[in-house]
Write a protein that binds this ligand. Structure first.
Ligand SMILES: C[S@@+](CC[C@H](N)C(=O)[O-])C[C@H]1O[C@@H](n2cnc3c(N)ncnc32)[C@H](O)[C@@H]1O
Length: 390
């Protein structure tokens, strides 16, 4: 963990950088740009800075950080696809600490189904280094199969693309709704502090908000109150197109927390879905702990579905994390990982509960599968089919 002094100094640098960007833009930055800089400004943003981010010593925890069982089940799903293709490679996007990569590779090795190559597309140079260090320690004999990328691969490949909790970290646009006008929420400086500042939305944002309003049941008198605030991820279409483009044949698996559109933009969720994490404390204030906290927004899975379909994929499954893991026999993975060690079995059983219980990560988190030039059933998506909800 960074010392308090170093953290305060880092935060002050990020703040100064953001203030200079706001001033250079004439006193107002869209929230999307603000979030982009706060998270990813090279060397400064939350993901680019040097602090521990994931796990017990970081700010938040993810399914791979909770348990190796998540990666084991993902690996079993990958093995089905790799077997059906004859072989192939895996591209993981946004690999965090590197734990998911290590758990997937270790389980695939046990199954004699290693991918030809395991590529990691990671935006943060600091995390690329941490991932390499982690994999060097855990799986030194497999390191020559792993490569790190800072942009999507140029060579086409067959296999799979995986991303856990990356979609929620893509910068979002924020809007405020009125019956006869839409405003874009941005960030200005007031009395030396960041402050929300609204501007009339342009035609593109107004059109998107009208569609969201309609999808929420807005024209049927169940609509939003005046001043309803929420977010959407405008860049997900272009991003999905870019990162999935090299996959000639195979599957894409998205894991994240979020909802289909009709459940996302409900009138009661009138302050949006921004969630910020700092040392395992949740807040909804993106201006606090600047550069030191994660900023996320729930994923609108209907938007991800539109983006994935436009990128040329067929929807193969959409389910909860709990049903995904159960469909891949997480109970058998627990036995396999624990062997005859009863204490380890009890620890894994606790972790499985955290991954699967509805009040924990089981329902809020979803798994989504897309196929290109491949038609096959996927075991993780057989128990509960939520595709109709998209
Ligand atoms: C919330 S963390 C999740 C990490 C990991 N997948 C896990 O589940 O523990 C988000 C990760 O996505 C990376 N990331 C965010 N935007 C990205 C992008 N556009 N391209 C590649 N990686 C990105 C971050 O640097 C970080 O590694």
């Amino acid at each position: 963990m960074m010392s308090c002094d170093a953290a305060a100094e880092h935060s002050a640098q990020v703040r100064d950088h953001l203030i200079s960007q706001i001033n250079a833009a004439g006193g107002w930055l869209s929230f999307e740009r603000f979030m982009d800089l706060a998270l990813y400004a090279p060397g400064l943003g939350y993901y680019s800075g040097g602090a521990e981010k994931l796990g017990r010593d970081g700010d938040f925890t993810t399914a791979p950080e909770v348990s190796l069982l998540f990666g084991a089940c993902v690996a079993v799903q990958c093995a089905e696809v790799l077997r059906s293709l004859g072989c192939g490679s895996i591209l993981e996007i946004g690999a965090g600490s590197g734990r998911l990569a290590a758990d997937v590779l270790a389980r695939l090795e046990r199954q004699a189904q290693l991918p030809e190559r395991y590529s990691i597309l990671e935006i943060s140079a600091d995390l690329r280094q941490r991932q390499r260090g982690y994999l060097e320690k855990r799986l030194p004999h497999l390191l020559d199969r792993v490569q790190w990328l800072d942009r999507p691969p140029e060579e086409p490949f067959e296999g799979l693309i995986l991303a856990n909790e990356v979609l929620d970290a893509l910068p979002v646009a924020r809007f405020r709704w009125h019956a006869n006008a839409v405003e874009e929420m941005g960030v200005a400086i007031q009395e030396k502090e960041f402050a929300w500042a609204a501007r009339p939305a342009d035609a593109a944002m107004t059109k998107i908000c009208d569609e969201l309003f309609k999808a929420s049941g807005g024209w049927e008198d169940r609509g939003w109150d005046d001043g309803y605030v929420s977010e959407y991820c405008a860049r997900v279409a272009a991003w999905t197109q870019a990162v999935t483009q090299p996959l000639r044949r195979g599957a894409v698996l998205w894991f994240d927390y979020g909802l289909p559109r009709a459940q996302y933009y409900l009138s009661e969720r009138h302050e949006g879905t921004l969630a910020c994490h700092f040392r395992h404390r949740l807040s909804h204030d993106p201006f606090a702990n600047i550069g030191l906290q994660d900023i996320t927004a729930w994923v609108d899975f209907t938007r991800v579905a539109e983006a994935s379909r436009a990128a040329g994929f067929e929807l193969a499954g959409f389910t909860t994390q709990a049903h995904f893991l159960a469909g891949l026999h997480i109970d058998e993975e627990m036995r396999l990982a624990a062997g005859s060690d009863e204490n380890q079995f009890a620890r894994l059983a606790n972790q499985a509960r955290q991954l699967m219980l509805p009040g924990e990560m089981g329902e809020r988190f979803k798994a989504m599968a897309w196929l290109r030039d491949l038609d096959m059933p996927l075991s993780g998506f057989t128990l509960l089919d939520l595709r109709h909800s998209l």
